[in-house]
Design a protein around this ligand. Structure first.
Ligand code: NAP
Length: 267
């Protein structure tokens, strides 16, 4: 599968998520750090280059794990982190980005996203703060997450100097909503779609339709599900087990036929 270009880096179209590595919703868990560092380094060794994290994950501890695993490879990887909606006021957002960068231990966060839209803070204020962060060298490019077309458009028109380069949204074979409006809009406007929960949190591995398609290609349901998404987006499956990572990387070599796509479209 051909490489994609994002934030001036050439990377394979499948990345890796980190939700659950090192804790949950604003709560750290230090019990399995070595396992996750090992998993992330293994993913890097298998060719994965985009790694997605957030300040909220483990209350920042997930970023520390990502940093421990990958900071020495900063130039090879593309690290994505996100600011939580309670930090979207200008000063809070700048503080959050600086703290995320410190936990990651990198020179700059490659791609920084607004994790969810806020009802309280005007998008313009947050986007302008993101642009200042680019000028300060704290982040290299900016984007959003969980934004529909209307909000994405608002974010794009709020930008004065830089582009909104990505929207990270839930997208998998059972949740194809983004295909209706968001993906066509993003394609026309050169905004990358990053697909989260691309394995429907593991459920695709048990799907009989995907299994039938997979058997034709000597592949697995997970690989079929990911190959479907890479047609229009960059999926970021989360995996901590090495055999799962191997399976995910194997999806990079799978190309689906029109009939396969038609079957998946009807799921
Ligand atoms: P997911 O990637 O759809 O599923 C993750 C689950 O699938 C894990 O339990 C993993 O197990 C399992 N898995 C991985 N490879 C597998 C394989 N080959 N066969 C069977 N099971 C497999 O779900 P997700 O974690 O919700 O989404 C991915 C990432 O998207 C997150 O980690 C996070 O970075 C991001 N995300 C972003 C948002 C947002 O609002 N922007 C929201 C949700 C998620 P093991 O860990 O045991 O390998």
């Amino acid at each position: 599968m051909s490489a994609v270009r994002l934030c001036d880096k050439e990377i394979p179209p499948i990345g890796m998520g980190t939700w659950g590595m090192g804790g949950g919703f604003w709560t750290p868990d230090y019990s399995s750090d070595d396992l996750y560092v090992d998993a992330l380094r293994y993913a890097l060794s298998r060719g994965i280059r985009l790694f997605d994290t957030a300040e909220m994950y483990g209350g920042g501890h997930t970023e520390e794990i990502v940093g421990r695993a990958l900071r020495e490879h900063e130039d090879e990887v593309l690290i994505v982190s996100k600011v939580w909606p309670n930090h979207l006021r200008r000063d809070d957002l700048i503080r959050s980005a600086l703290a995320s960068r410190a936990r990651l231990g990198v020179r700059s966060i490659d791609l920084y996203l607004i994790h969810w839209p806020s009802r309280e803070v005007p998008i313009q204020e947050s986007i302008r703060a993101m642009e200042d962060l680019i000028d300060m060298g704290v982040i290299r490019c900016m984007g959003v997450s969980n934004f529909d077309v209307k909000l994405l458009q608002e974010a794009m028109t709020s930008a004065r100097k830089y582009e909104v380069v990505a929207d990270e949204v839930e997208y998998n074979v059972y949740h194809k909503d983004p295909e209706r409006e968001l993906i066509p809009f993003a394609r026309r406007n050169n905004v990358a779609i990053i697909a989260y929960s691309p394995l429907a949190r593991g459920a695709v591995s048990r799907d009989p339709t995907l299994r039938a398609i997979a058997s034709k290609h000597n592949a697995t349901p997970v690989q079929v599900a990911l190959a479907y998404l890479t047609r229009t987006s960059m999926p970021i499956p989360k995996a901590s087990r090495k055999e799962h990572i191997d399976e995910i990387v194997g999806a990079l070599n799978l190309r689906l036929g029109d009939e396969d796509v038609r079957l998946i479209s009807s799921l």
